[in-house]
Design a protein around this ligand. Structure first.
Ligand code: URA
Length: 211
């Protein structure tokens, strides 16, 4: 996806001084019925310039295949389009560390105009949020993945007002299906069957809203 240059300029300016590196654009079918939103790219994605091309990406591709959805038919992006890093300071040195840090609220807000723009361009029938960061970016902090995974929410979503830098509700309503982040299974194998059941919900929602 090619973002408008004024948005790139704004985000690049506002990113100065933040612990974010690289930049990858969202990718996929610009007419997709299904949009997938992750958290932030990792090392593999920053190197390959392909969203979800690392270990979590393999899980995502498998889940899509299992419900019969070719990856190239969807659009994939994330709340933050750069890789969060951390700096570890000891007595002598500052070293850059990559602990797969979650993006901060400020980092999410700096990148918000890009995601808002992608959503209004693609106007997906279904938005799949992967993990809490993407879910809360769209519907607010009252929603948690453990409570809402596998639900089909139909509501106005949060968009950043670029004048006030505050979030407000969209005019249009969107269908949002909260899903666990595909990497969640690496930390808790028992989530595998829950995740599969949630993807069955996605399959049914696609049949209803995308066919
Ligand atoms: N996690 C994300 O949220 N996005 C990626 O592109 C890769 C891992």
């Amino acid at each position: 996806m090619r973002y408008p240059s004024h948005l790139i300029k704004r985000v690049t300016n506002n990113m100065q001084g933040l612990n974010l590196e690289g930049f990858i654009a969202g990718q996929g079918n610009p007419h997709a019925c299904v949009m997938i939103i992750g958290e932030a790219p990792g090392r593999t994605e920053i190197e390959s310039h392909i969203p979800f091309s690392g270990k979590a990406g393999k899980e995502l591709t498998t889940s899509l295949q299992q419900i019969g959805v070719p990856r190239e038919t969807v659009y994939i992006t994330s709340a933050v389009r750069s890789r969060p890093f951390a700096i570890k300071q000891d007595k002598r040195n500052a070293t850059v560390k990559y602990p797969n840090r979650k993006p901060s609220q400020k980092e999410i807000t700096v990148h918000a105009p890009l995601l808002d723009w992608e959503i209004t361009q693609i106007r997906p029938q279904l938005i799949l949020t992967l993990g809490n960061t993407a879910l809360q970016r769209l519907v607010g902090k009252n929603f948690t993945i453990s409570k809402y995974h596998g639900a089909v929410l139909h509501q106005k979503i949060l968009q950043l007002d670029q004048e006030t830098n505050e979030y407000q509700r969209s005019v249009n309503e969107y269908r949002v299906v909260p899903l666990y982040h595909p990497a969640a299974v690496f930390y808790n194998r028992r989530l595998a069957s829950v995740i599969q059941t949630d993807w069955d919900v996605v399959k049914r929602a696609i049949t209803v809203h995308c066919m």
